[in-house]
Design a protein around this ligand. Sequence first.
Ligand code: BGC
Length: 481
Amino acid sequence: MATQRTASGGPSGDSGAKLPDPVPDRLPFGRAASVIAVILLAGALFGYDQGVISGALLGVQKAFAVGAVALEIVTSWVTLGAMFGSLGGGYVADHFGRKRALFAAAALFIIGAAVEALAPNVPILVFGRLLAGFGVGVAAVAAPLYAAELAPAAQRGRFVSSYQLAITIGIFLAYLVDQALAGPGGWRAMFAVSAVAGVLLALAVLTALESPRWLVKSGRPDDARRNLVALGAENDADARLAAIKAALRAEHETASWSDVFEPRWRTPLKIGLGLAVLQQITGINAIIYYSDNIFAAAGFTTPAAQTAATTWAIGAVNVLATFIAIAFIDRLGRRPLLIAGLIGMGLSLAAVGFAFEQSGGAVKDAGGATGVVTLVALVVFIISFAFSLGPVTWTVINEIYPGEVRGRAVAVATAVNWSAAFLVSGFFLTVVDAIGQAYTFWLFAAFCILGLFWVYVGVPETRHRSLEEIQASWGAPTARR
Ligand code: BGC
């Protein structure tokens, strides 16, 4: 089987007539910066929310004298909010536009952060977490969708990968803020700081252009044309507008939720959902969440040393390795990154499993071989995830669906991603209890191997193809089911 498969997917590689890309190859600097600002701030919200809780938990526990179950709810209900928010975000992004959806996300996030910071009791704190999570979910759908629609085809991977970069920066910043504000009452400030990203996102959205693709879909071709001109298509705005209209004509008049599950879109649906689940069942959040414990086992004895190791070895490495994806996703393509990353993730997870197996369940010999293997393997795992499944999942999910159902299909895939994240982080300890650390890491490694085979045969290359071209490939009668 050829490794250079294309989005046409069919054995003949026939994708029908070639459609021009509606977005100019080079955006004016200010426009590109505004799209990137929106995507970076939306990702930062996501990441900050993900990272902040590890440092805030201790303060919350002291302030309200609560037990483990309440803390678990405070931790995880943000994910629940995000799951529902991503479904709602798809609807808002399709009906009211990408910009309004992003503005609503920022508003929800600011209100959620304020409620969290001022919460007089745990139920109100949980309510704040749900609201902020809802905002994160809406942004998680609307921002990459917006970036994918506004990006020139040849740079789309890079644009959407900036979203992943921002998630990792958000996690890293949250770790730093947590360290800086550690102490009694600091948790309120930790939550309050997250409102800043919400305010900045709202401001960035106000100056951003609405997606021409969405404007055409909503019957506003004149506005779409104006925005195409602003995006640098002064000379050929009509041709580009025609390209968008042609793609839309090939679609249904109105799309409903059930259209997402139509047989003809089954291939992209399977790819999107498969990547969404694979990204989580290979253990990223279990490791991000429990890295303190693992570093403790690898020889970092004090809590301060563990937090510092998590901040730099996980947080900073995650940010830096994402640049590998940004550099190569449009040059090498999505498939090579996924394949290389899954191999690195699988091998490093297997190594962590062996380290735990050798030490009989816990790595006790601080500076010894097993501790070092665990530390190195963890860093290799984070690097491998950061240049592959992290950014490529969000990129592919946002480029494979036809415009007609794009918002909703992305929402379904995002909600499935959050559900898988919720399940993995919620059941990680239970699974460790049942089968032990070694087998738990080997289970994650086994999912990497399965994922590798599936990606090899089932995920097509989408690099350098316009969204319309990718969409046309699924519509072909020969499209794989
Ligand atoms: C995932 C998150 C994860 C993050 C880590 C994202 O792509 O969706 O669940 O925490 O990457 O960098």
